[in-house]
Design a protein around this ligand. Structure first.
Ligand code: AMP
Ligand code: MG
Length: 473
């Protein structure tokens, strides 16, 4: 039986100027290296053997019902505005409606040049493809809204990067949509009000059918993004490139480039090699998402009948966002210390612990996880710093009904640690995909103890430490 995807392509029905219709550039020797069978089932994908999957998800064969296109968008990259970006190495094959009735994009990433490639080659190499595969699936396992990974295919062709020739690959990404803040900015910057309105209507119908108009959309996106960033902070996740073109209006985490999870806690942690100013540092992510929402607000103002009133209304929405993020963050961190309802007293307790963790170089994930079993003090350079905090915490915990259960649901045992990701990529480049498969298996259940995965819970030894991550374009 041939491979079948139940396509229904609503983006392709939008006006021509939203995209360029474009096929993938065929690759020499496509070979399937990963297939997410559970997700494929969820999406109603049926039939097809391994060879068919390799052909379709490398771009060598266009599946029936697909309408491949490269989406155009704009975006602020590190604060500077580019009026035209777009899918420079990606193609939207189309959309399918999943078993739960949710419409999902099927996108190839690394599928060859498009009119938006600028100086790029349109390709991706194996390292970032596997990195995004594992990272996005790990985020899903953690219960954090994210794009998913459906397939990875090796192309059998080299990709040239600074390091020389590297094995090429194509990732198939699944997303609620690929509509970005930068998509709105594209039409706003061109003063294309009809386009902007069509995009707004499309985004509302797709993601927020309960709201009306640009103001409703803005408020809904702000709410989703506030929740999302609080969830990132609660697991020590650093996105690394929160440009407006990498901020999805769906509220899903998107574009896993130089992202990373923190090992030892420090609020100003930065990994991305290109983020010299620390714009996208761990504890600046709340500020940046507010800034990005201000850009979305600016892009939406022209759709409002009364511009001045809209500016006032939208400004109020954006200004209220930090408080929303902080409330969500406090709630998430209260749970991490076993407290079901956050208030000022609880927030102070959390902040005191975090300050001690920063000072004591405590491992973020392991410290919180060990709160349940008495091992937390061992995570600190000076365990006495933890002991001084513990007494007040225990006194407060006495008022909780089931703090153990609250903590176990909030504190993962396992996260994709950087050094393990690097080791996994190194092994895969050498032809060994066992570490990749193992990470996927283990990270599907991050809240389980999994004693056999003890090695994946350990922070890096000094020789294993990864100090910088790369966009890997
Ligand atoms: P990113 O930083 O990965 O979100 O990419 C920013 C922009 O650069 C997007 O418009 C991408 O499509 C484009 N881009 C990144 N890498 C490549 C590449 N290898 N070839 C062509 N375009 C690329
Ligand atoms: Mg991007």
């Amino acid at each position: 039986m041939t491979l079948h995807l139940p396509f229904d392509n609503s983006y392709a029905r939008l006006p021509d100027r939203f995209y360029t219709r474009q096929g993938a550039v065929p690759v020499r020797a496509p070979r399937l290296i990963a297939w997410n069978a559970g997700l494929a089932d969820e999406l109603g994908i049926t039939g097809g053997d391994e060879a068919a999957r390799a052909r379709i998800f490398s771009g060598n064969e266009v599946p029936e019902g697909a309408a491949p296109l490269a989406q155009v968008y704009a975006g602020h990259q590190f604060g500077g505005f580019s009026p035209q970006l777009g899918d420079g190495r990606a193609l939207l094959l189309g959309e399918v409606v999943d078993g739960a009735g949710h419409r999902r994009d099927i996108q190839l990433k690394g599928s060859g040049p498009t009119p938006y490639s600028r100086m790029g080659d349109g390709r991706a190499w194996l390292g970032p493809v596997l990195r995004e595969y594992v990272m996005s699936e790990a985020m899903h396992g953690l219960g954090i809204p994210t794009t998913r990974a459906l397939a990875a295919v090796a192309t059998g062709e080299p990709v040239w990067r600074e390091a020389g020739a590297l094995p090429g690959a194509v990732l198939t990404r699944v997303a609620a949509s690929h509509i970005r803040v930068g998509t709105f900015q594209y039409f706003a910057a061109r003063r294309d009000l009809d386009g902007l309105r069509a995009l707004c209507d499309h985004a509302i119908a797709r993601h927020y059918p309960h709201v009306t108009g640009p103001a409703g959309l803005l408020e809904a996106v702000i709410d989703r993004q506030a929740q999302l960033v609080a969830k990132w902070l609660a697991v020590g996740f650093i996105h690394g490139v929160m440009n407006t073109d990498n901020t999805a209006v769906s509220g899903e985490t998107i574009d896993y480039g130089p992202c990373a999870f923190m090992d030892s806690y420090h609020p100003v942690t930065v990994f991305s090699s290109i983020d010299a100013q620390g714009r996208y540092a761990y504890d600046n992510q709340a500020n940046v998402i507010v800034w990005n929402m201000a850009q979305l607000a600016t892009a939406l103002v022209p759709l409002m009948p009364d511009g001045e009133a809209a500016v006032e209304e939208f400004t109020a929405l954006v200004h209220a966002m930090p408080e929303r993020i902080e409330a969500a963050r406090q709630q998430a961190f209260a749970a991490k210390i076993g407290i079901a309802e956050a208030g000022p007293e609880e927030a102070a307790l959390v902040d005191d612990l975090l300050a001690r963790m920063a000072e004591g170089r405590a491992d973020f994930t392991n410290t919180f996880r060990a709160l349940s079993n008495g091992g937390a003090r061992d995570q600190f350079l000076d365990p006495a710093a933890f002991d001084a905090w513990e007494a007040g915490w225990r006194a407060r915990l006495a008022r909780e009904r089931d703090p153990q259960a609250v903590m176990r649901a909030a504190n993962p045992a396992i996260i994709p640690r950087n050094h393990r990701m690097e080791q996994m990529i190194e092994a895969a480049v050498a032809g060994d995909f066992a570490p990749f498969e193992r990470l996927l298996d283990v990270l599907a259940h991050p809240f389980d103890d999994q004693p056999e995965a003890e090695d994946l819970r350990r922070p890096p030894a000094p020789s294993e430490e990864v100090r910088a991550t790369f966009c890997g374009t």
